[in-house]
Design a binder for this molecule. Sequence first.
Ligand code: URP
Ligand code: ZN
Ligand code: ZN
Ligand code: ZN
Length: 519
Amino acid sequence: MFDLVIENGIINYGQTYGCFYIQLLKTLQVTASEVLPLGIEIGIKDGKISCLGTSLPRDADTQIIDAKGGFITPGGVDSHVHFAQNNSPTGDNFTTGSRSAIAGGTTTVLAFASQLKTETSVIPCLDNYLLRAKDQTYCDYGIHLILTNPTPEIMSTEMPLLINRGITSVKLYMTYEPMKLGDSQLLDVLMSARALGFTTMIHAENSDIISLITDRLEAAGHTDPFFHAISRPQIAENEATYRIISLAELTDTPILIVHMSSEVAMKHVRKAQTRMLPIHAETCPQYLFLLSERLKGNPQDTFAGAKCVCSPPLRHDPKDLEAMWRGIANGTFTTFSSDHAPSTYDHAGGKKLGLKDGIMRYRDIPNGVPGVETRLPLLFSYAGREKDSRLSLQRFVQLTSSDPAKLYGLEGTKGNIAPGYDADLVIWYGEEDLREGVTIEQKNLHHGVDYTPYEGMHVKNWPRFTLLRGKTVWDRDGGGIVGDVTDGQFLKRGMGKIVVGKTGGEVNGMLPGERDYWY
Ligand code: URP
Ligand code: ZN
Ligand code: ZN
Ligand code: ZN
């Protein structure tokens, strides 16, 4: 790597080598493109990856981490977490949520600031959410804006200002009364997002289908947590997914459909991608591992099903899980995020909001499950080339780190092990060091809520070290959380890049060029 190495001199390393190498020995580094052979070392300087090479020079000040034959992957980028949101007062804040993130190998989170429908400016809302994070976060973070009232003023005047502030993505809801947008609003925002280059995330479920079923279920006395899943059938996700893909195609706007849970809906995405439309999709651990059976609770606590209330709901058939795994392996999904949106179970204002005077009402249960800490270990257990593997190591890195970084404007900084990138790294255990794997238990997790839906599940590996910009922030065998709550920096993001498809393609049923008349 160096043209010249001078030996036996008296080196004033304070100046000449004011660098800080972390030398990683005997390791395999997994990036989105390849697995490098054992023996390649990573040199880190000033929090950045400076070089990859063999026999990197080191001196007395060089800190050495021996990765002991373990895999090294880029720090996780969890592009969908809910921290400190107004509508989940018993959920995680930036401190507890990001603490949980680094313990599970995630070094970057993208959290939401949520506009209230009554707000006619999004600036105070954003400033407020940024204050909740500043100096209270263990990992780096960026902010997406949930737009619930996209006024013409906001779209024309405020959105361009957000770009300068590094907020380059919005989430739109097609369901939930306090958040949902109608088709004309969706179209307006898509047109603006296209013009400005924003990345647009969509929660796709048909609101009226859900309301109709919920009202009728309630009238019939069916209000247990299990009926949450009955009230949000796959056809609600299917219809909204097809509709938003159509609106995105019409307006030639790249989108990402978040937290997809069912095969019928996923097929629309796959078909659109085959036509080279820039339609991205996300799925989450809960849709790979959990079934709606969980909503029935257990004999000791019949309300415990509330813990697994999330939207879209858990599906009932193992075939649905299989379908999501196929989407993971075959490239339909661009991101694998946690949608970490928990509420404390056993606490006023938490999940037990849905339990009043002995009556269960799923309508009142806050939606969302915890998962920011378990996301990487759960997926990593199935990555590789073993008999039970379901995705390649490269796909693992793409889904959990490099593609979300690209899609949300962090390419060049996050999501890769390459010179110039932030030294955000996960060092996993080598084969000899963790033979029995790890059993997931609430008591070992670092979030602020009181349960995990993955209790008792077994994973093969766990992050041994997590490094944030060259600093060890998680050392599983040496103190656990060793980072500081002020380590996390706000990420001013650039414009996101399309990962699949392209813009400027032909529109179903329109002649080439017809769109130019009205664009
Ligand atoms: O149930 C969920 N996912 N709640 C969180 C909010 C959302 O829609 O992502
Ligand atoms: Zn959502
Ligand atoms: Zn969410
Ligand atoms: Zn309390």
